[in-house]
Ligand binder design. Structure first.
Ligand SMILES: [Zn+2]
Length: 104
């Protein structure tokens, strides 16, 4: 499916490219569904993202509000996933993946 321009920047990662699936735009970078607003009650965008990176055989889990900038500075082989979430989610994932994660 060809990538195209989102109606506006992705709420999650700020990406501009997306794919239209039926009536829904999906960000090409983080697969966020365009139009899903993480914090609808707040006027200012406040988006915490938990990211999962693979480097060699390790998985790095972290939180950032600017995942694109953050990931540009972290050495990694592959981006495994993003999910909307804050430090609470990150801590929970650290426990879940305690045997696999890299100590930051
Ligand atoms: Zn995105």
């Amino acid at each position: 499916m060809p990538d195209d321009s989102l109606p506006g920047p992705c709420h999650l990662c700020g990406g501009l490219r997306g794919t239209r699936i039926d009536a829904t735009w999906v960000c090409a970078d983080c697969t966020w569904r365009y139009g899903d607003v993480p914090d609808a009650d707040l006027s200012l965008p406040r988006v915490d993202v938990v990211y999962y990176l693979r480097f060699d055989r390790r998985v790095k889990i972290g939180t950032s509000r600017q995942p694109r900038r953050r990931l540009a500075r972290i050495r990694h082989d592959e981006i495994l996933a993003f999910e909307p979430g804050d430090r609470t989610v990150e801590q929970r994932r650290h426990h879940e993946f305690a045997t696999a994660r890299e100590v930051a």
